[in-house]
Design a protein around this ligand. Sequence first.
Ligand code: SF4
Ligand code: SF4
Length: 339
Amino acid sequence: MTQTQTVAFSKNSTNLFFHILTTCNLKCRHCYINPAQHGKNSLPLPTIKAWLEAFANNSNAKNLIFLGGEPTLHPELAAAAKHARRLGFGSITIDTNGYLFGDILSKVTPADVDYFSFSLDGATRETNDRIRGDGSYDTCLEGIRRAIDRGFTTSLIYTVSSRNIHELEVMAPLLDSLGVDRFFIQVIGLRGKSAMAPDASESRKSPQVAKSQWLATVPGVARMIAERGISVTYPKVFLSSAEKFECAGTVADNYFVFPNGRVYRCPLCEDFPVHSLCFQENQLVPTAKLNEQDFFQLDIPEGCVMNKMIQPHNISYNEEGLPEYKIACCLLKEEVRGG
Ligand code: SF4
Ligand code: SF4
């Protein structure tokens, strides 16, 4: 028996997605980092500390996710994580492609870092490495095993696209054999590299997955994996007419921080200079209008305004020209737990 629950948005907990650099050793085909928008710099430790402190006095429960690029390429990642712990961040995660640079596993302990989250985009070497690059499958699996051996709690993130949805089901035995605690299914967003025109080596086929294929695959696989005792989270994406649309930009407290000082409240806005906040002299200040906040207020029959603007191919319309369903906020998740 499994239980599926929509994770309600809340303003009582703050989620800080902190990109401390944008450099990466990999060149994934769907990489969402856009150096023209997000900069190419790596934040020095004093700046990381100052920006963490800008959120630390917030009375909410605080969850921190260190991101890149590849955050383990940052030589001061361990010191940054320990500082965040001292500041009272309740949950600290390091998202990694599995290369675990800088011997990070021996520089932090499970008391410093709650989760190592590994990205893998195929159940087989062939599929994953076609998306993420040669050698990335074996290195990621090896990284997961090493993290578990050291006593860390681990998650695996699988970004579903038309290139790998056929292998989602095969993840169940792999997750089981690895001993991963949590499985996050993501949906590909058309931002960063995925939003760019394909080069000669790329298929012209959209990486987006049709509604019918998503619904026929993802919820069922999530239940099957949860039955094995692994907690599974996946984005809701499609809302039935009975379900209420909410924009996390207005009803939740999320911050997506980039090393050039931009701070977004919505990840779908990240390819555009519409961030609603920025760091100036280590102070978090609002930006001038128009910015993303102006989009969050718009009430359209398609649901998410940014989805309609940047990736509308997942919407379909009836004969009267009305959308047949709404697209949920990309941050709205379903959580499935084993009974
Ligand atoms: S590991 Fe992450 S940051 Fe690096 S190329 Fe892949 S998606 Fe981009
Ligand atoms: S993804 Fe859409 S609904 Fe969610 S915060 Fe962004 S604009 Fe709002």
